[in-house]
Design a binder for this molecule. Structure first.
Ligand code: GLY
Length: 370
């Protein structure tokens, strides 16, 4: 019997640029002409029903005017579209339109669009390049950067997906002007999360400039867009595949993701994360990692951002406790939480460990209090 060694050691350079600015579509076209995705001339613009009308059709026209072959694929707006079925529909439509391995996906929209389209790109023809053009604060703060792509299942959010890095990310702050206030607040939850876990200065900035941000004033928005990227990248560059450190970006998400699913997506992602961050702060406080005053500052800031800070009455608390076990951080059947250390830091529990095992009763107690 012979054995063969298949040598597949790889050196990968997945580095890419994030461009932050106002009205960046023409810059995207320039970049494509300058070879951002090599010689590719065919583009699949993927978006949702709302962003299609606001920006998707404009981008499609600009691509065609620039001489590229382009088609647009869209699905109904909202988290409920982030499913395997919608992914399949987009793929089938792309195939029917003639897209093959020589195309590039451009995801234009919020987190649902960039998560789903990035996943489509990762599996279409065994992988084609993709570009994210983020049109929401939530996508700018979190979803469009870092290379996590996924769909939800009836059991839980984001359990089926892949790490897949885009070729470039555009964060167009001008698009935030067309966001409903509830969506701005939802994006602010991830921004506040970044302040809580890694940037006290950002946290203090938010405490002082919340009104300007809610009014979408350009200078304040540009500041938070940059700060979000900085915090996120300090983490992602060290631990792209979430073997340890990247878990800190899950602050507030253990309870948050569970509430999002139990609410059947009546709560926006950021709204659910906001409640989850209050839960994490309460737990951190109980375990001695935060003072009552610091935990109150977190809750107040979330409230200033017009985010919910208590579990809505219609949520079944026991169902929520059960749902905690669908969290990706669960190990050996045990719940694990990222805990906040004061403002701007998280607790490190070991060499590469940033989530603490928490007894179900301790988690239940916090949930019952809220
Ligand atoms: N949204 C958490 C992460 O990107 O790791």
């Amino acid at each position: 019997m012979r054995t063969f060694q298949v040598e597949l050691k790889r050196v990968v350079d997945d580095s890419y640029e994030i461009e932050i600015g106002f009205e960046l579509m023409d810059k995207l076209i320039e970049d494509l002409k300058a070879g951002l995705v090599g010689s590719i001339r065919r583009f699949a613009v993927v978006t949702d029903s709302i962003v299609k009308e606001l920006y998707g059709d404009v981008l499609l026209r600009k691509l065609r005017e620039a001489g590229f072959a382009a088609d647009l694929f869209f699905f109904p707006e909202g988290e409920k579209s982030k499913t395997r079925r919608v992914k399949e529909q987009v793929e089938d439509e792309m195939l029917a339109a003639g897209c093959r391995r020589d195309c590039c996906v451009i995801a234009i929209g919020g987190g649902v669009v960039t998560d789903l389209a990035g996943f489509v790109a990762g599996t279409f023809g065994r992988g084609v390049p993709f570009i994210n053009y983020a049109t929401t604060l939530l996508a700018a703060a979190d979803a469009s950067v870092g290379g996590k792509t996924a769909v939800d299942t009836p059991l839980a959010t984001n359990l089926i997906g892949m790490f897949n890095q885009p070729k470039k990310v555009y964060l167009d702050i001008a698009t935030w002007n067309t966001l409903p206030p509830r969506q701005i607040s939802s994006g602010l939850a991830e921004t506040i999360k970044h302040g809580c876990l890694g940037d006290e200065e950002l946290f203090v900035f938010l405490e002082h400039h919340m009104d300007e941000i809610l009014r979408v004033e350009p200078a304040a928005c540009a500041y938070i867009a940059e700060a979000n990227c900085r915090v996120k990248y300090q983490v992602v560059m060290k631990d792209e595949k979430e073997t340890g450190l990247r878990e800190i970006l899950n602050l507030g998400h253990t309870v948050g993701r569970a509430i999002e699913t139990v609410s059947d997506y009546r709560l926006l992602h950021g709204e659910a994360v906001s409640i989850g961050m209050v839960a994490a702060a309460k737990l951190s406080c109980k375990l001695g990692y935060m003072t009552e005053t610091e935990a109150a500052r977190v809750k107040n800031l979330l409230a200033e951002a017009k985010l919910p800070t208590a579990i809505p009455d219609y949520i079944d608390r026991e169902e929520l406790v059960r749902k905690l076990y669908t969290d990706k951080k669960v190990r050996d059947g045990r719940l694990r939480f990222v805990l906040q250390q004061g403002i701007g830091h998280v607790v490190r529990f070991g060499e590469n460990s940033y989530a603490a095992p928490i007894a179900e009763d301790a988690a239940r107690e916090i949930i019952m209090e809220m």
